[in-house]
Every structure is written in C-alpha cells, then in structure tokens.
Design a protein. Sequence first.
Length: 339
Amino acid sequence: MRSSSGVWPVVVVVAILGLGIGGCGTLSSSLVSESSMLASRAPVGAPPIAAPPAAAPVVEPAETDISAESPTSPEPATPEVASASSVTETTATPSVFIDYQDITAKNAPAWVVALSGPADAALRGTPDAVPPDPDVEEYDPWEKFNEKMFTFNYNLDKYVLKPVAQGYNFVMPDMFQTMIDNAFTNLRMPSRFVNKVLQLKLLDATKEMGRFLINSTLGVGGLFDVARQEMGLERQRADFGQTLGIWGTPPGPYLVLPFLPPLTVRDGIGTGVDGAMNPLYYYIPFWPDSFAMKVGDTVNDRSLNLDLFQGIEESTVDLYSSVRNGYLQRRNRLIKEGH
C-alpha cells in the first residue's frame, strides 16, 4: 500500500479543488466582491440602470442637437450631449446571460473522467463499464523500485516507441497493420489453447483451435480473421498468469520491470511460460531474428493504439497509482471470468 506521505499531497489537492469549486470561505467572499465591482462598471454587458423619468427630456433634446449639428461646426459637444451619446451607446449593448449546465457523463471534462476512476480503461481509449472491485489489494512492497521502472518505461514509450509508431503509422496503411496484428495473434494460438485446456474450458479450447485452422487456411496464414468475421468465433483471452489465478495462486507483489508491461509476481511467471509456448522461438532460433520479430510486433501494436496514455498524464494526479489500480482490477476481472 502507498505510504501516508504520498497520500497527503492528494488530500491537499482535493481540498483546494473542493474549496475553489464549492465557493466557500474567503475565496467565495472575494469572488462575490469582485463580481459586484465588475457589475458596477459601465463597459460590461449587463444592462444599465434605467434613468429617472425627469432626466429623459434632457437626453432626447441633446440627442436631437447631435443629429442636427453640422459636420463642419467647430463647436465642441456639450457635457449633456456627451452624456446622452454614451447612454445611447450603452443602451444598444446586448445583454449577457450566463447559462449554467449540470455536469453529466456526456459533457464532463476529460480530467473529471480521469479522476473519477482507475485509468485502465483510458489506457486503451475505451470506457470501463465494470465498476472497480474494492476487495482488490494493491500489495506493492517494492514501490520505490517500481516507480523508477515505471518512469523509465513511460519515458521510453513517450520519446522512442510512440514517435517510431507514429512514423510507422504514417507510411503503413491501417489495413496492413490489422493484417500483421492478425498474423501475430494467430501464431500465439498454442498458449491460449493450452491455457484453456488447463482451465478446463474445453469448449473455448475447441473454438480457439477452430479459429487457428480456419484463419491459417482461409485467412491466408492468419492475415485475415475469417473465423470472427464470417463465423462469429471471437478471440479467446487466456494466459498462464490467469490460469494460476484460477487455480488459487495469490498474485504476489506488484512488479514493474524495464521493457515490460505492469505485472505481479504470478503474472511474471505466467509471461515466461507463455513465451516458452511461442512457436516463433522454435522456428526462428536465432535471437537477432526473434528480436526483430518482437520489435516489429511491438511497433505495430503501438501504432494500432496511439491513444495510449493520451491526455492521462496531464489529468491524473498520480499516474503510477492509477495504472497500478487499473491493471490489478483488470487481472482480477479476467480471473473471475475464468471461474
């Protein structure tokens, strides 16, 4: 769990926001005083106070004298004429009306949405319809190390991976990017199939095998997802970390390692087992070729998700905690769905 020293800045920020938005205390008084001073000035758009009836005859003749005066007349305008002219111009100024609208889910600013829940959904640019589970424990004894690794990975993505993906996205059409992603997804079938069998989800395992056979043949080696488009067979989500969770293995401490997504100790073990079932490591045994394939898959996937972290770093008070909470919530839902 986070230390209390990390909680107090968040409490102070929330208190300041509540003080400013609620309009209480000295801040509210100063705002009211400033509003009254501005309302008393003539240049603002508020309608002026009507003049007494007795002053009306004085204004109208002066206005008539202005229209009747010759343009070449050297006589300066009298004070009464100037006063009448300013009153006429002020009266013609349109009134300003302030319309207050309630904040809803549709018109709420982005920072309100970001601060109202975990950032897991915002990482992929899609709303998270499932409410967070309050029973999920954020066990993070290696927080100082994890924060440094998170900062390293975030800067690597911001200054290296994302610019490369943007250039790749500029030259590579979206259709080909989707085809490449389909091919890599099809090659990772053994991991999903084995994990579905280990989870005793035999029907899902059969669907996954059917998807592989259909896409490998009719889909031209997996470039086209014919099984989903024509037969309604959706991709199965399964990994060995999820399998361990279904078996009852606790997640262990939260862990962030360089060049890897967020993990727990359990999911780190699962990532290693899933990698051992990747056929690319056997058909392409030379590590430079395997590394190049992995880099290509990573850049292509990043190009398909250019909105990752879009605007979250400016709108979230603690990005590290938000990503941690979102990841643990997502993993908890996947394990519950597997039961």
